[in-house]
Design a protein around this ligand. Structure first.
Ligand SMILES: [Zn+2]
Length: 123
């Protein structure tokens, strides 16, 4: 009989940064605070060489900073209430994980294929 057990470590880290924004419409410069929670998880077989807690913290740290580098919030200009296109695009990608771009590409290719098939049919 083989008995297997492991030690699982999880870590969560909150990181934040100030994001500078220049309004596309009126040129106003403003800042907003972006906060993200990074998550990490590791597992040590039989609890041997259990360095996994430090590794889980490193993964959480990396995850949080990756989110801060790529994500955005929809913060409107305090002067004219405009939301920059760049913020909208990055917000959408962060919420959908890029699936909306892939879905757009698949539908575009599918529509093109349908048109090509319709042109090549005898008739
Ligand atoms: Zn503005």
């Amino acid at each position: 009989m083989v008995v297997y057990f492991s030690v699982r470590n999880t870590a969560h880290i909150v990181r934040q940064k100030l994001v500078p924004v220049t309004c596309e419409k009126c040129g106003c410069k403003y800042y907003y605070e972006l906060t993200r929670i990074g998550a990490g998880e590791t597992e040590a077989a039989y609890g041997i060489l259990d360095f996994s807690h430090a590794t889980a913290e490193q993964q959480a740290e990396t995850d949080a900073w990756n989110q801060l580098a790529n994500d955005a919030e929809l913060v409107s200009c305090p002067n004219c209430r405009w939301i920059n296109e760049n913020l909208v695009r990055r917000y959408r990608i962060s919420r959908t994980g890029g699936w909306s771009s892939l879905a757009s590409l698949v539908s575009y290719v599918g529509a093109g294929w349908h048109r090509l098939a319709a042109l090549s049919l005898p008739g």
